[in-house]
Design a protein around this ligand. Structure first.
Ligand SMILES: [Zn+2]
Length: 61
């Protein structure tokens, strides 16, 4: 299983669904965006990065 390369100082959020809604971390709001997990090589949802706040959402079982 491969791990995506993630900057160490960016908040990582574990979520349980393929769809993610992000409107910013605490104290830093941005327009609400709907994100869809990027699949890994095996076709399982893996992670998605918010284009506004750079938070990383990881798929958790
Ligand atoms: Zn965000």
């Amino acid at each position: 299983m491969s791990e995506p390369i993630v900057p160490v100082n960016v908040e990582t959020v574990v979520v349980h669904g393929r769809k993610v809604v992000c409107d910013g971390p605490e104290g830093g709001r941005h327009p609400r965006v709907y994100l869809t997990m990027v699949d890994d090589a095996a076709g399982k949802p893996d992670h998605v990065v918010c284009p506004y706040c750079s938070r990383v959402f990881r798929f958790g079982e």
